[in-house]
Design a protein. Sequence first.
Lengths: 278, 275
Amino acid sequence: MSTPTQISQAADGSSAAADRHKPGFAARILQAPKWLLSLILPVVIVAVWQYVTVSGIVAPWSLPTPGAVLAAAGELFQDGDLSKHVGISTQRVLLGFAIGSLLGLLFGALVGLSKLADALLSLSIGALRAVPSLAWVPLLVLWMKMGEDSKVTLIIIGAFFPAFTTVSLALRHVDAQLVEAARSFGFKGLNLLRTVQLPAVVPSIFSGLRLALAQAWLFLVAAELLGASMGLGFLLTDSQNNGRLDRLILTIILLAIFGKITDALLSVAERWAIRRWT
Amino acid sequence: MIMATAFALPQTEVATSASSALSVDFHNVSRTFTTKKEQRTVLADVNLHIEAGQVVAILGASGCGKSTLLRSVSGLDHPTGGAVFTGTREVNDINELCAVAFQEPRLLPWRSVRENIALGLAPGTSKPAGIELINQLLELTGLTHAADLRPREISGGMAQRVSLARALARRPGVLLLDEPFGALDALTRLKMQDLLLSIHASFPTTVLMVTHDVDEALTLADRVIVLGRANGQQSATVIEDLRLSAAHPRSHSDALFVTNRAHLLGLLGVDTANH
C-alpha cells in the first residue's frame, strides 16, 4: 500500500529539485549586462512620451514631442548657447563644490577630532545648517550683487554641510580599539591622525563628497533661478517666461544627465577607496 | 632559557630599541575609578617585583583589575596611587619600552600583514634593519606566505599571530599580553601557546600575560599571580604568588601540575571536584 505514495513523493521531490535548478525569471534577466537593464526604463519612458504626444492624447502645448525637444537642443547647440549655459553652470558647480567640500572636510576634521572644537562649533554649525538654502539668496545678492560670487557662495554653502557632517561623524566613530592599539605603540597627534584616523575615514570622505556634489547641483539651480543671465537655471526661467516648454524639458534632462555623470565619476573613486581602505 | 636562541638575531642592527628584558616593579599600586555616583577601588596595595625575562601569568575573576594592572605598565592607564617601574624608569606616559598584544588583533584593515607588523617598529629603526626584523618575525610566526595579504583575508589565529609579531617588532623590554588567545578556538590556542614559548626563547623579554585559563598559566608561566578580594575587601590585590620551576614542555598529568591546578581553581572560586 505504501509503495505508490513513496513513488509519487519521489516524483514530486525530483520535479521540485529540477525547478530549483532552473533559474527564475529575475535571475535570467539579471544575466544581461547591467547598463542594458538600466536603459530599459528610460527607453520605455521616451516611447510612452512619443506615443502620447504624437497620437494627440496630450496636447502639444502641455507636452512637446521628444523630437521637438531634440530639435530645441540642436537649435541651442548651433547658436552656441547650449555650451555657454552648460559651461558656466558646470564651472559654478565645480568651483563651489571644490571650495565648499574642502572647507567641510577641514571643519569636519576639526570638530570630529577635537572635543573643544566640537563644544565650540557644533551648535552654531548645526543652526546654520538648518537655514533653508533659498533664505540665503536675498542676503547674498545684496552683499555680492548678481555676479558670480553670490552664486558660487551659495553653492559653497550647499556643498559644505554634507562634507562636514559625514566627516565629523566618521572621525568620532573611528574604532576606539584601533586608536588605542596605535597609541600603545607611541602614536599621537598628527602621526596618529595620519596613520589611523584619516585612513579609517577615507570611504566616508568619498560618500560625503558625493552628497556634497548632489547638493552643489541643487544649490546651483536655486542660485540661477533667482537671478542669472546665463546657466541652466537661467535657461529654465527664460524658457518659462517665453513659453518654450521644449527648452524647459531639455534643461531638466540636461540637469539629470550632468548630475548623474559627475556622481558616477565620484562613485568610481568611492569604490576604489572602499577597496583600498577597508 | 632566556639566552637560548632559535636563531641569531642581529641585535647590533636594532640598536634603538630595548633589546633586553626589563624588570617590572609595582609599588603600592592602587586604582580607583570615579563616576558621578560612586568611587570604586578596583586595585589596592599591589606590591610586586617581577624579574627581567620571567613569564608571568596574571589570573583572577572577571572585573578584578587584571587588565587594569597590565594597562598601568603600558601607560594606557594610570594608577591613582603608588607607582609602576619598568627597569629603573617610572611609567608616566605611554611606555615605549613595552608592547601590547590585545585580546582582539586590532590590525589596520587597509595595511598588509607586513605593514601592520611595521607599525610596531621602534621609532628611529633604520629601514634595512626594520625589513630584516620583520622578515624574521614573519618567519618565526609562520606568516611569510601571508605577508602581503590584508587582515580580512586571513584567519583569526593568523591575525592574532600578526598582532604578536607587531608587538615583538618593538623589541620590547616587557611584552604585555591581555588575554591574547582568549578569542581563539581550543586547537589554535594550544598552537599559540607553543609559539609563545618559542618566541620567548628567541626574544629575550619579560612577558606579563593576563589569562582566564588556569591550564594556560600553568603551562606557560614561570610564575602565576592571582588577583582577588581578600575576605570582606572591596578591592582586589595579590592573593597568591606561585613560582613554577618545572622545565618546558610540562605534562598536564604531572602530580605538581594537578595540585597547583586544584589550588588555583580553588582560589578562583571553582569547585575542583567537578573539573
